[in-house]
Design a protein around this ligand. Structure first.
Ligand SMILES: NC(=O)c1ccc[n+]([C@@H]2O[C@H](COP(=O)([O-])OP(=O)(O)OC[C@H]3O[C@@H](n4cnc5c(N)ncnc54)[C@H](OP(=O)(O)O)[C@@H]3O)[C@@H](O)[C@H]2O)c1
Length: 240
């Protein structure tokens, strides 16, 4: 039975992907801070799920648990990084900016490194992280969130380049860049093209199975990405 770890499986995209994996016969290790949500999933699928309460900002505990999981399952095929946070923060409240940086930057990089080093030792493995369309430009309402997503995208690309150091070519890195998805993380007032969670998760799962390098979710957000990449800063400053 293949084994997957899902960081951030207590709600939203991570929870939905965990359920897809269970349906496909994976052992799934689920994590998050809300123990009630973890217990619900564990009780629903007792034979397939191991759950561990974890705040990913606690890097020491993350590393300890990671070691335990390797001991218990001996190999990990897939690691899904869905643990993320973000705020509308026009006042630049430092507590919110710092929380975002600790979760989306420091903890994310820590998880990416744990995953990569494990895959290097195993000779195979697939790391998937949910970044965002927000990675492409800055934003005056949520600077830390948008910058953190750019960090994730560049880190993931670096690991993709780095995977050439590992013989056999069986290490895959998938960067998932959603637009608006109907979860508590859909930030902003004008949530256009908001996707239902199930539709977005199905597209993400399909990209994971195809081991895509990067993917926009839903597909139509590729168009927005294309525009965002060419539109000048002065125009964004004027209209957004
Ligand atoms: N929804 C959107 O419109 C959208 C668009 C682009 C990108 N994304 C990205 O998609 C990812 C998943 O978000 P979602 O939309 O599925 O929202 P969500 O339902 O809020 O899921 C976020 C997950 O991250 C976990 N998490 C947050 N902080 C954590 C921490 N310190 N330690 C451990 N787990 C933590 C949450 O678990 P606990 O709260 O239980 O800890 C939860 O399971 C995020 O990275 C988000 O930035 C979402």
């Amino acid at each position: 039975m293949p084994t997957a770890i899902v960081f951030g499986a207590t709600s939203g995209i991570g929870k939905q992907l965990a359920e897809f994996l269970i349906a496909d016969g994976y052992n799934v290790i689920i994590t998050g801070r809300r123990s009630d949500n973890l217990s619900q999933l564990k009780h629903k699928y007792p034979a397939s799920v191991r759950s561990d309460k974890l705040n990913v900002q606690d890097v020491k505990r993350t590393a300890q648990l990671f070691e335990q999981w390797i001991q218990e399952f001996s190999q990990i095929d897939l690691i899904l990084h869905c643990a993320g946070i973000g705020y509308e923060n026009p006042e630049l409240d430092w507590t919110k900016e710092q929380d975002t940086i600790k979760t989306n930057v420091e903890a994310a990089a820590h998880i990416y490194d744990l995953a990569f080093n494990l895959f290097k030792a195993q000779g195979f493995g697939h790391l998937v992280s949910i970044s965002s369309i927000a990675s492409l430009r800055g934003n005056r309402h949520s600077p830390a969130y948008f910058a953190s997503k750019a960090f994730q995208v560049n880190y993931l690309e670096s690991l993709y380049f780095k995977s050439k150091e590992i013989k056999g070519g069986r290490i895959y890195i998938t960067d998932v860049r959603p637009g608006y998805v109907d979860t508590r993380m859909a930030l902003g007032n004008d949530k256009f093209w908001m996707s239902k969670l199930n539709k977005a998760s199905k597209q993400i799962y399909s990209a994971i199975k195809r081991k895509k390098r990067k993917v926009y979710i839903t597909k139509r957000w590729l168009l927005i990405a294309w525009v965002l990449k060419i539109v000048p800063s002065w125009l964004i400053k004027k209209v957004m």
